[in-house]
Design a protein around this ligand. Structure first.
Ligand SMILES: CC(C)(COP(=O)(O)OP(=O)(O)OC[C@H]1O[C@@H](n2cnc3c(N)ncnc32)[C@H](O)[C@@H]1OP(=O)(O)O)[C@@H](O)C(=O)NCCC(=O)NCCS
Length: 155
């Protein structure tokens, strides 16, 4: 797998890709300009993207991560997430947070890299999105907040 990962300007963020992770373009645009955007390319084509927003006090929030559907389940998402985790570790960050649904493969995707559940935001997906969000026929209601604390993962 040959993957080039680099930080790009928010204005160059691949919006179509980011919408796979967050269906609201308004929401994506609202956090994009104050965030760092990372893009993964293979053979010159963009295959993945990730956006992280600073929360202050050395914490960052992963706002979005997505891989082109044609390239999913090939390890690109894991490689991109690992790269971003290392990027912030090297920058001296204290932790990375992410919000995700209470079920589905995304939950294990984050946990495999050391993210732990730290809180639950009840009815988040009902209160923050105009349309109900379903996955595998089940409606998403609540959002889990997961945190990777660098002090828990000393190499
Ligand atoms: C989440 C996402 C970025 C993962 O990227 P990826 O390149 O597919 O991930 P990987 O190939 O590294 O696989 C990671 C794990 O997720 C699993 N996985 C990925 N896509 C899956 C799917 N559609 N269904 C079930 N499992 C899936 C893989 O099997 C793998 O599990 P394993 O380690 O047990 O084999 C990608 O699937 C995606 O873009 N999804 C849509 C957007 C999204 O949901 N983003 C996250 C918002 S919280």
């Amino acid at each position: 797998m040959s993957l080039l990962i680099q930080e790009v300007l928010a204005s160059d963020a691949p919006m179509e890709l980011l919408l796979l992770a967050d269906p609201s373009e308004d929401k994506v645009r609202s956090y994009l300009s104050g965030s760092k955007c990372f893009v993964a390319s293979s053979d010159g084509a963009v295959v993945g993207a990730c956006v992280a927003q600073p929360l202050g006090a050395g914490a960052h929030e992963l706002m979005s991560i997505a891989v082109q559907p044609t390239h999913q389940r090939s390890g690109y998402g894991t490689a991109l997430l690992k790269w971003v985790v290392e990027f912030f570790r090297k920058s001296g960050a204290s932790q990375i947070e992410v919000g995700t649904g209470t079920f589905g493969y995304q939950l294990t995707f984050y946990q495999k890299l050391g993210f732990r559940v730290t809180s639950i935001d009840h009815d988040f997906f009902v209160n923050n999105y105009a349309e109900p969000i379903f996955e595998n026929g089940i409606q998403h209601f609540d959002m889990l907040r997961l945190t990777l604390r660098y002090s828990d993962n000393v190499a």
